[in-house]
Structures are given as structure tokens and as C-alpha cells.
Design a protein around this ligand. Structure first.
Ligand SMILES: C[S@@+](CC[C@H](N)C(=O)[O-])C[C@H]1O[C@@H](n2cnc3c(N)ncnc32)[C@H](O)[C@@H]1O
Length: 211
């Protein structure tokens, strides 16, 4: 429990000093000023291990190959996150669903060496509704934050579809919560709070924990 508490304290500080944007149509320069997802993903994995987690489910697969050493950060390349590689590196059982066949094929190629990762070509909501296992960490990063689209609604629906599959103690991570009043988490974060989650950080990514 002490280990969990010290990871929690570390995560609470992750967003300190980060720039946030109230609008969503960011210029390339503004995109490059954003924090990359890497440090959030790594911290979430640390917490996942401390909780004894086994299964990670991701909605929205990596769509950018990693053409540099894994410990380096190259803002134009790493703004999306390469999340699926990091989840697989954790050693957990990883399921990643994406609606785009092109993305699925690219991710499968990038993940060839990781036997613990399964990439599924599916709409994220359909995938979650059919999913039979138990989820320790749910990562929501699908519907892009674009004007006039239902990105906030759909990320909320994704959590609701996964809710009865989440382990009692679980982590929900959401990307792109530093833009547009909460971005992908605009509607979901208040619901998580009402469901008893502790929102440890809410900046480039949000990490919510239920113990
Ligand atoms: C921002 S990218 C994901 C980036 C990735 N998580 C990373 O960190 O590298 C969003 C992905 O969500 C996928 N997507 C969009 N709508 C979806 C849906 N309804 N179901 C599943 N995936 C979807 C897109 O095809 C795209 O590949």
C-alpha cells in the first residue's frame, strides 16, 4: 500500500507546469507545445503493476510507427503516443481495438515481437460490449477531438460499455484532456468522479484510479 501511495503522489504532480488550451483546433506550433503522453503512460503502468494488474484494454491503437529508440522523445513523432508499444512492453495482456484497418495492419507490424499484444479491427464500443475478460487498466484514446464531432460523448459511452468488466480496483486513462475543457474526458471525468474514482491527474492525459 505504501508503494501505491508513493506512485499516487508522483502521478498527482505529473501535470504541474503544463500548458493547457481552451480551444480544440490547435495549430501545429501549439501541438508541439503540448506534453507528450509518454510520462503518463509510464506512470500508469507503474501503478498498474503495483495493483497487481494483468489486463490492459486500449481503444484507439497506435497509428504512428516508432522509428527511434524507445527512451527518446521526438515531439512530431511522439505526440500521438505510441501507446500500444508501451502497454505491450509492460508485459501485461494487452488488447487494442481500432476501427481503421490501415491502423490495425500498421500496429500489427510494429508489434510483431510482442506476443502479449492482440490488435483487433473493430469499432471500440462494439469491442467493449462483447469483451469477456476483466480489465485492470482501460485506456481511452479513439475518437479524435474535432469540431462538430461526438468525441466527448463517445469516450463516455466507451467507459459505460466497459464498466461491468472493470476489476474492482482499476485505472482509467484518457488522452487529450488538456484541450477544449477536458477534450476526450470532458463528459467522462465528472462521471468517473461520481463513480468513486480519484482523478490523480488531468492534463495531457488523465489518470483515474478506483481502489
Ligand atoms: C489518437 S489515435 C490513437 C493513438 C494511440 N493511442 C497512441 O497513443 O499512439 C486514435 C485512433 O482511434 C481510432 N478510432 C477512431 N474511431 C474509433 C472507433 N469508433 N473505434 C475504435 N477506434 C477508433 C482511429 O482509427 C485512430 O487510429
Amino acid at each position: 500500500m505504501q508503494e501505491i501511495q508513493s506512485i499516487i503522489q508522483k502521478i498527482r504532480k505529473l501535470g504541474e507546469g503544463e500548458k493547457r488550451f481552451e480551444h480544440i483546433d490547435l495549430t501545429w506550433d501549439e501541438q508541439m507545445q503540448r506534453e507528450a503522453p509518454k510520462k503518463y503512460i509510464e506512470a500508469a503502468i507503474e501503478l498498474f503493476h503495483a495493483l497487481g494488474g494483468k489486463t490492459i484494454v486500449e481503444i484507439g491503437c497506435m497509428r504512428q510507427p516508432m522509428n527511434h529508440p524507445i527512451d527518446e522523445l521526438h515531439p512530431p513523432c511522439c505526440n500521438d503516443g505510441h501507446s500500444t508499444i508501451y502497454w505491450c512492453l509492460s508485459g501485461a495482456r494487452v488488447y487494442s481495438a481500432d476501427i481503421s484497418l490501415g491502423v490495425v495492419l500498421l500496429a500489427k507490424k510494429c508489434l510483431r515481437e510482442y506476443r502479449n499484444g492482440k490488435v483487433v479491427w473493430s469499432d471500440g464500443l462494439k469491442f467493449l460490449r462483447k469483451f469477456k475478460g476483466r480489465i485492470d487498466l482501460l485506456f481511452l484514446d479513439a475518437w479524435d477531438v474535432l469540431p462538430g464531432t461526438q468525441y466527448a460523448e463517445n469516450h463516455l459511452l466507451a467507459y459505460l460499455a466497459a464498466k461491468d468488466k472493470l476489476q474492482k480496483r482499476n485505472i482509467v486513462v484518457i488522452d487529450d484532456t488538456d484541450i477544449g475543457g477536458g477534450g476526450k474526458g470532458r463528459l467522462l471525468l465528472p462521471v468517473l468522479q461520481a463513480d468513486g474514482y480519484d482523478i490523480l491527474v488531468s492534463s495531457r492525459q488523465s489518470i483515474a484510479l478506483r481502489l
